[in-house]
Design a protein around this ligand. Structure first.
Ligand code: MEV
Length: 415
């Protein structure tokens, strides 16, 4: 098999699919699965990425109980992992009893970076860039009159010196208000436009011209009370211990934050946003002090009630990209009912906090396995070939027997 597949990209989708099915040894039934595009129709999918042969469906669930800044939301989550939607809904239900989440999001400011190599007189070059910043900002804004018309655009220019293994680079940051867009295209275009000007000003050579996903000016925060002191003191202590371990230990903080991102990624994906951008930004932000830390904080307030907080970069949009091309993402944004990217960021931060609280509560108490087991057992039953009513019957039996395994599922199906 030769994977170079010359000219593959030029083929129509059905021919690509046929070729791949042959090369990959798919059965007719397996190949037929790839023809089922569902709501994301073939021509749209073919325009979204390259070398399309099919679409990859994921379950879409709705997290319930979310009240953020006094408003109720139906939160769409696209995810393959059992228990995530249930856990988010559960966390939100508990927070709701105390009024729900208070959330805020910064102005949608993204940062673009222009790397300049070989600048001889760095202090002088920095001064020159600062002196020219007015005209540089105007030049950047000439790239996107629509963004400027809607109140966005480049706001500020900052210059940093970055020492590296290949000498000192001058790195120019553009601070761009991206409005309701995630902003990658707008920022990258501005960076590319300014690069030749910056070369002239500094005598250096422009290298990278790209936004950074460490969107420190586009943070979202959420806060909620989760447990009353009087009723839950031992559980509060156990949750505080769980949080303290994450605060002290990067091994635990990584999994702690994975749980946060379970919820966040699912909403980001359902709304057609770039979840890899959020992931990269979140983990870099978690390590911004030089030590990898949890993205949430848990503590007790003056009354002794358990309070949780989250803060992380949330660079999401409502215009552009898959938010506007993917029909299911469009429907999800509509049912979520957010009117701005900042409002979406507030919901996303709240989901991350709810998800994390639910995980900590389960881990600090009975452990997560029991909650996971029901859905897991159903998946095991399906994988073993159970259909319709058999799925629940086999799953329930395996749970009762405390033996959830592919071999037991097969035995029960054949018996
Ligand atoms: C599993 O996907 C996520 C958890 O491991 C998160 C955590 O440990 O906090 C349950």
């Amino acid at each position: 098999m030769d994977s170079s597949l010359s000219g593959f990209y030029k083929l129509p989708v059905n021919e690509r699919r046929k070729k791949i099915a042959e090369l990959g040894g798919l059965t007719a039934d397996e190949a037929a699965l790839l023809e089922r595009f569902g709501a994301l129709d073939e021509p749209t999918a073919d325009r979204m990425i390259e070398n399309v042969i099919g679409a990859f469906p994921l379950p879409l669930g709705i997290a319930t109980n979310f009240k953020v800044n006094g408003k109720d939301y139906l939160v769409p989550m696209a995810i393959e992992e059992p228990s995530v939607v249930a856990a988010a809904s559960h966390g939100a239900k508990i927070a709701r009893e105390f009024g729900g989440f208070e959330a805020s999001a910064d102005e949608p400011i993204m940062l673009g970076q222009i790397q300049l190599a070989g600048v001889k007189k760095i202090p002088e070059a920095k001064k020159k860039i600062t002196a020219a910043s007015g005209s540089l900002i105007s030049l950047a804004n000439s790239c996107d009159p629509v963004l400027v018309k809607f109140g966005g655009g480049c706001r500020k220019i900052e210059v940093r010196e970055v020492k590296s293994k290949r000498g000192t680079f001058l790195v120019v940051h553009l601070l761009v208000n991206c409005g309701d867009a995630m902003g990658a295209n707008a920022v990258n275009t501005m960076c590319e436009k300014l690069a030749p000007e910056l070369e002239k000003i500094t005598g250096g050579s422009a290298r990278l011209r790209i936004l950074t996903n460490l969107a420190i000016h586009r943070l979202a925060r959420a806060k909620a009370t989760f447990l009353r002191c009087e009723t839950c003191t031992p559980l509060i202590g156990a949750i505080l211990d769980a949080w303290a371990l994450a605060d002290a230990d990067a091994f635990r903080a990584t999994t702690h934050n994975k749980g946060v991102m379970n919820g966040i990624d699912a909403v980001v994906l359902a709304t057609g946003n770039d979840w890899r951008a959020l992931e990269a930004g979140a983990h870099a932000y978690a390590a911004i002090t030089g030590k990898y830390k949890p993205l949430t904080k848990f503590y007790t307030d003056k009354k002794g009630d358990l309070v949780g907080e989250i803060e992380l970069p949330v660079a999401v949009g409502l215009v552009g990209g898959a938010t506007k091309t993917h029909p299911v993402a469009k429907a999800c944004v509509k049912l979520l009912g957010v009117k701005s990217a900042r409002e979406l960021a507030c919901v996303i931060a709240s989901v991350g906090l709810a998800q994390n609280f639910a995980a900590l509560r389960a881990l600090a108490g009975e452990g997560i396995n029991r909650g996971h087991m029901e859905l897991h057992a159903r998946n095991v039953a399906i994988a073993a070939g159970a259909k319709g009513a058999q799925i629940d019957a086999v799953a329930e039996k395996m749970i009762r027997e405390k033996n959830v395994s592919a071999s037991r599922a097969k035995e029960l199906l054949s018996g």
